[in-house]
Structure formats: C-alpha cells, structure tokens
Design a protein around this ligand. Structure first.
Ligand code: G6P
Length: 366
C-alpha cells in the first residue's frame, strides 16, 4: 500500500481492489483451527471476564456505524449476546446508561473522529469498559480504549470507506467467533466460520472480476431520480452502507429500507425513475425477498438484484451474482458489488470520486 494510485484511476478503486489483501492481514495470525476459534491478543480481557458480558453496544459514525450494525448481528448470531450499533454522536448526547456487564466497542478507521472519541471518553468517565476496532495504530481512539482489535487494512486515502469497512466487519466476525466459542457456539459451527473467513479473500477477488459488467450497470442506473436499497435482516445493513456509498460519491439520492418496511410507506416512491437495488441472498428469507421484488415490479419499478442465484427475470431486470459463504458472513460479500456500483456511478457522472464535495475523510471537530 503506497500513497499513490498505483495505476488506478482513483484511490477509491485501488482500495476496493486491495480488499482481498486487507482481509488477509486482518485475519493474519488470528485463526485457531484446532480450537475453531479466534485469537485476539489485544482485547486485554480473559475468557472469565468475557463470560460476564451480557450486552454489546457498538458506537461509530458513518460507515463505521453501519459496519457496527453488521458486527452486532454477528455477535448476536454467533455468541447469542444482545448487541446493537448506534451513531456515536447520538449516544454521547443522550446521557447513556452505562452498565457494568455491557461491553462497549468503538469503531473508527482513522481513530480520530471527534464524536466517537467523545463517546469513548463518556463511557470511560462513567466506569465502563471500551474496546476499539480501529485501523490507525496509536490513534486517539485506540489510545483511549481499554483494548481492541487493529484492522491492519493499510492506509485508506479515499474519503469513502471501502477496505476499512470490510476489514471492520471481518474483525467483528473474529470477535463474535471468539466470544461465541467462550459461550455456546459449537466446535462444528466455529469450524464453519473459520473456513468461511479463510475463503473470503478469494471470493472477494471473484466478485472484483465482474467489475466491467457492474460498471455498465452503474452507468445505466446512474441516470435516475434516486435509488432505493433494500434488504432483510442480514441484508439491511448492507443496503444502508450501499446507499451511503452511492450518496457520498455520486450525489445520487439513495434511501435504504428493510425490505419488509417498503409497504409501510416508501412503496409510494417506486416508479421507473427510482430503481431498487435489492440484496437477495439465498437464505431462509429468500421467498419473502422475492415477494417484495414482485411488488416493486408490479409498480413498474426497476430492480437490480445482488444475489447468489439470479431471480426470475420477471422479478429482477438485472442481477449481479456473488459466491456463497456461510450465511452469517454473506453480508461481507454482498457489499462488494455495491462499492463498485457507487464508484462507477460516480465516474459516469464525472464526480470528484476521492474527494466528494462537503465531506472530509475524518471529522475531528464537533
Ligand atoms: C467521515 C467520513 C465517513 C466515515 C466517518 C467515520 O464522516 O466521511 O466516510 O465513515 O467519518 O470515520 P472513522 O475514521 O471514524 O471511521
């Protein structure tokens, strides 16, 4: 990783392509095949301390907050501990109740986001324990935390986060695996996750090979009034991050909704001018998701599906297929085409991809 675009048109697309290597570094030395768990030396918490944790509260801003949502789902699924993610700024201003048996986790690529730092300081002032999931070694947030996980994703220059986002979710998968194996996750399920994590870099590479096709779709879909992103449960944070990425760099208005909420309001927006990007993994919610696609198509809405299997052409105008991993890890892969979609939409609209208007890479002021 060097501080030039190394032959790529922008830092953003260079960083998108660095993801297989970034994930390898996040995983490096941390997987334990024998005990089907993860080693996280920086947590500064032993198994006995972790066993006492009853809740996990994740805080971060922007993409870090959405990565935290994916992380919360991983922790709930694998460790069966209630977990959720909240914008750090909201958290710090609402006089949060700090509980002794809650583990607080601050997420930040830069480690310098002021709102996140202030939230960490608030938790610590009230006697809570905070871990950091941070990319930048020795940053203010890393120093303020009691321990944590460094991403080792390498420097991220482009304002929109891609490889740090992916590495953050991988770090949460490691935390959830470690936590799960201390609680009730079986060795067989632990092994399933270890193997799934090992497969990620190669599978991300497979998705990146479809860049040309995704670029063509992006150019076609970028000419629209706005875009809707939908997903259910594991797909919902993917939809939120996908909409965020598109907004940040292409300035196309985008909204993310749980697919199930569409009928409670936003269905009124659906028209040929407002296409929908739908996360449609082949999981236990597939039939529900396909029903939603039918409702959109019946209102003449265009659908671009990100899926494991292409839906019937009556339900989706276009599909981008991603390889299957374990269901818990699928969101990581479903997100990759959305990065390329946002990037190529921004290029087609001739935006300033690496330095979008009105945004800063890290917001170090209140
Ligand atoms: C800024 C950037 C976002 C980023 C957020 C959090 O608002 O524009 O892309 O997600 O800060 O940054 P951090 O460094 O704390 O992850």
């Amino acid at each position: 990783d060097s501080y030039d675009t190394a032959g790529h048109a922008h830092f953003l697309v260079k960083e998108i392509h660095e993801q297989p290597a970034a994930v390898e570094r996040t995983l490096s030395g941390r997987l334990d095949e024998r005990f089907a768990t993860a080693h996280l030396g920086g947590l500064n918490m032993d198994a006995r301390e972790l066993r006492d944790i009853r809740r996990v509260k994740i805080i971060g801003c922007g993409s870090a907050y959405y990565a935290g949502q994916m992380g919360a789902q991983l922790i709930e699924e694998l460790a069966r501990i209630p977990a959720d993610s909240e914008p750090a700024s909201e958290f710090r201003y609402r006089n949060p109740v700090i509980e002794a048996d809650t583990l607080y986790v601050a997420v930040s690529q830069s480690g310098e986001t002021y709102d996140t730092l202030a939230a960490v300081q608030e938790v610590k002032r009230k006697g809570g324990r905070v871990l950091g999931v941070v990319n930048t070694v020795g940053s203010a947030i890393a120093r303020a935390c009691d321990g944590g996980i460094y991403l080792h994703a390498g420097p991220e220059i482009s304002v929109a986060s891609t490889k740090a986002f992916t590495s953050t979710v991988v770090a949460f998968a490691l935390l959830a695996l470690h936590f799960g194996r201390i609680n009730d996750l079986s060795p067989a399920d632990g092994r399933r996750i270890v193997e799934g994590l090992k497969a990620l870099p190669g599978q991300i590479r497979e998705i990146l090979e479809q860049e040309k096709e995704i670029a063509e779709l992006a150019a076609e879909y970028a000419n629209c009034q706005g875009m809707m992103f939908i997903g259910r449960v594991r797909g919902y944070p993917v939809a939120r991050e996908g909409a965020q990425k598109l907004k940040e760099i292409s300035y196309v208005h985008a909204e993310a909704y749980p697919a199930s909420e569409l009928k409670h309001g936003p269905l009124a927006l659906i028209s040929p001018e407002l296409p929908t990007v739908a996360l449609v993994p082949d999981d236990e919610l597939l039939d529900k998701n396909l029903t939603t696609l039918g409702e959109i198509r019946a209102r003449a809405g265009r659908v671009l599906a990100i899926a494991h299997r292409a839906p019937d052409p009556k339900l989706a105008n276009h599909s981008v297929l991603v390889p299957r991993n374990e269901p818990e890890l699928d969101p990581l892969l479903l997100n990759i085409p959305l990065q390329l979609l946002a990037y190529h939409a921004a290029v087609a609209l001739e935006r300033d991809v690496d330095k979008p208007r009105n945004l800063a890479k890290s917001v170090t002021v209140e």
